[in-house]
Each structure stands twice: as C-alpha cells, then as structure tokens.
Design a binder for this molecule. Structure first.
Ligand SMILES: CC(C)(COP(=O)(O)OP(=O)(O)OC[C@H]1O[C@@H](n2cnc3c(N)ncnc32)[C@H](O)[C@@H]1OP(=O)(O)O)[C@@H](O)C(=O)NCCC(=O)NCCS
Length: 176
C-alpha cells in the first residue's frame, strides 16, 4: 500500500487489475474527455497495467495509483501523477469507474495524493487541466482547492475536434 484514507487504499497496479481497468475505461462516458477511445481491448489494458506497475511515485515521470475500495478490495479507479524533473511540480489526472462516482471517493483519493505531494514531498505546485465541458472534473478540482487559472481556447485536437481546456493550479502556499 502506498497511501490510505478512511475508505480507500491507493496502491501500485498489478497484472490482475487488467480486466477491471479495461471494463471501466471502456465506458464511453469515462473515455469521453480522455486520451483513449472506448472500448479498450484486454491487450491494451494489460499493456497499461504493465507500464503502471513499473513506475515509481517518487521518480520524475507519470505514476498511476490504483484506487481500491478497502472494504471490498475492489479496484474502482486510478489517479495519475506526473512528477516533473525538478521534483517540485506535478500534473494530476483521475478516473473513477461509473458505478463508484457520486460518493466522494475521487475527492478522498485526490486529497490524499495532494497531502502526500505537498506535505511529504515538498512540492511547490500541482497543475491539472480538463476539457471545458467536463463539469465533474472541474467540480472535483475546485472541491479540493484548485484555482481556475484560465481557459486555453481550442488548445487540444482530440477525437476529431478542437477542444477548450480549463487550466487549474494549486500552490503549497494556497494550503498554508
Ligand atoms: C472526474 C471524476 C473522477 C469525478 O467523480 P465524482 O464522483 O464526481 O467525484 P467524487 O468521487 O469526489 O464524488 C463527488 C460527488 O459525491 C457526493 N458525495 C457523496 N458523499 C461524499 C463524501 N463523503 N465526500 C464528498 N462528496 C461526497 C458529492 O456531493 C458529489 O456529488 P455531486 O456530483 O452530485 O455534487 C469522474 O467524473 C470521472 O471519472 N470521470 C471520467 C474520467 C474523467 O473525465 N477524468 C478527468 C479527466 S481530466
């Protein structure tokens, strides 16, 4: 286990997570504003899990936490953290399986990751961005304390369209 909250365990991915990961990442609503397209093949999920399991939360690059509901030992989502080379900044991403949305689990998991980054690892800034139409993602970021810093107009070409990106930031000083 890497991090624990009252209801959740944040741990490294393992090979056996691939079917569950494929199932929730294959939901069209989950994939809508993300870099992949639904459905996800078992082969793609196995490759992801393999890459996720090889990462390190304390080394520069992306690390993907598996978010598990502790009581049921069940994978319900994932949180990605991209630690910059300077180790003082990071980018954040998150996904919850549809059946587990609306219960505050993403809020709980993201708060734990932020506490670890800022309090345990001394980060200066965490950034996040989302499609401007992704209201649940924006609400989550604002709920955990991020400041909306801007709107990048038609800044991303994805799935056949130009999309607007909401830009968010959270500084260590904001949490003081
Ligand atoms: C973004 C995402 C993780 C947000 O999930 P979420 O379920 O809205 O967020 P939480 O788990 O924190 O739950 C918050 C909701 O639970 C409710 N809730 C219930 N119990 C709660 C508790 N104990 N604590 C906090 N909120 C609670 C809140 O009121 C809120 O409900 P509302 O949306 O009706 O206001 C989810 O929509 C998702 O995975 N989307 C698809 C992937 C995606 O687009 N990711 C972002 C890419 S940038």
């Amino acid at each position: 286990m890497l991090l624990a909250t009252p209801r959740l365990t944040l741990r490294r991915f393992r090979e056996t997570d691939a079917p569950e990961l494929a199932a929730y990442r294959s939901d069209p609503d989950v994939a809508r504003y993300q870099g992949w397209s639904a459905p996800v093949t078992d082969e793609a999920a196995r490759a992801w899990v393999h890459a996720f399991a090889a990462g390190s939360p304390t080394e520069p690059g992306w690390f993907q936490y598996a978010v598990e509901l502790t009581a049921e030992r069940r994978l319900i989502g994932d949180i990605g953290v991209h630690l910059h080379e300077n180790r003082r900044q990071a980018d954040l991403g998150f996904t919850l399986a549809p059946a587990w949305q609306g219960h505050g689990y993403a809020t709980e998991a993201v708060r734990a990751v932020l506490a670890d980054l800022f309090e345990s690892h001394g980060l200066h800034r965490v950034s996040a961005e989302c499609d401007a139409r992704n209201a649940r993602s924006a609400a989550l970021l604002e709920r955990v304390g991020f400041t909306r810093e801007g709107l990048r107009r038609q800044g991303t070409w994805i799935k056949g369209e130009w999309t607007d990106d909401l830009l968010y930031g959270l500084l260590a000083a904001d949490r003081a």
